[in-house]
Design a protein around this ligand. Sequence first.
Ligand SMILES: [Ca+2]
Ligand SMILES: [Ca+2]
Ligand SMILES: [Ca+2]
Length: 463
Amino acid sequence: MTARHISIWVILACLLMACAGPADTEPTDSGLPPDLDDDRDGVLTSVELEAGTDPMDPSSAPAWQPQWSGHPRLLFDAETWSQIKASILAEDPAYLPFYDRLKQAGLREIAPHEEESFMPRLHEQNSRTLLGAALTYAVEEDPAARTHVLDLLSVMRSDVGTLSIDELDGATIHTSEAMINLCQAYDLLAADEEIESALREHLRAVAAEWMAFYSQGLGQAVLLLTQNNHNIKGASGLAMVGMTLNDLPEAAGYVNYGLHDAWYFLTEYQSPVGGGQAEGPTYLAYSALNYLPVFWAYHRFAQGESWPYKNSCLHRNEACEERIVELDDPLTESILPTIHAWWRRIAMPSGYGPNIEDSNLHCLANGAIACMWQDGEAAWRDSQLSRCAGHAWDTEMLRLAVTHRMPEPEEPALLELDVMPEAGQAVFRTSWQEDAIYGLLNGEHDLARAHGFGHEQPDATAF
Ligand SMILES: [Ca+2]
Ligand SMILES: [Ca+2]
Ligand SMILES: [Ca+2]
């Protein structure tokens, strides 16, 4: 072999090594394995080994995806936030009603929380007041609103474990709603050191107390029994805390548990394959208060990609094995639009869901759904139906975040007889107008009938 041949081989070998990349093949100075993130939780394997977390388990990490940093980031980035703020200050009618509702909430007095036990409803009420005051401060820079935020934080309790037996039902629901409100407030005001530190301390404590209470004994039994909106809402709340305080060592556990359980109960346990919800339309709307903002925030992280997460069997009453599963970005999954379409296929002409399954008359957050999925029929419902137009009950921040994506309204095509065999329902309607003649045949079967625990009305084939 000539010198010329040798130099060609040396160049080829160098090129090949460069293509492979030194970080993939070279040992590190410390002798630890190369810097890979085997379980894709955002923390390098070498860092996990030093921290004592499991480098092959995405639910175990000293932080969750710490590269996803800066605030605001949950429902919008800083640029979108400045557009939202400008639209509110310009009194844009697409924004102002939702801002005004939260601003009014932010003016309420602190709800006293003086009982011996933790009161989830008061906690949720104060969290909504706090979110309203936080938004008002972020938009108008009114110092009174900032003081109100701090006063609320000074009285908020996190001792979930002290709740009385008649509040067992409420703590899964209202405490998780509060977590989501408070995470949204944190995201807006994280640059204010005093508020950031007090909110972080409260959120961290209340999430830990919630998880501790519902991980054993009576608390665990409640979520093993319900398998419905309680589970979806609770899991969503924990996921939101994990995404918000993702620099904490408990964050990865919350996100893994929360994403898996919210997804499983909403789409697998509660929904037939053709769309539906075993515990009925009102409780779907109720779950949506939590899963819509959480899935939107998670979508802003996942950007359409799937990521591995480990499920928890803590609250599953069907066969369950802990394993690591890739979860798709929920906004790319066809089952969610199918479930939301089911809701409006059975909806009454006024826009309300039918009052089956232990339900009251209720709207779905059509505007946010329209914006999240570019769903023109949801936009039509949001703009045309007098009972439910502009409905954004407890999801005003999400509505403000996504309003710039509102698609053109599209009146749905009329199907005079709409049969939904998987859910076991059929609807007759003469038009989509509010004066239409409408009839619902409700003969649920399979999981639509068996999984509506607590809210199931076993009145077979009722009209
Ligand atoms: Ca890792
Ligand atoms: Ca890990
Ligand atoms: Ca049912």
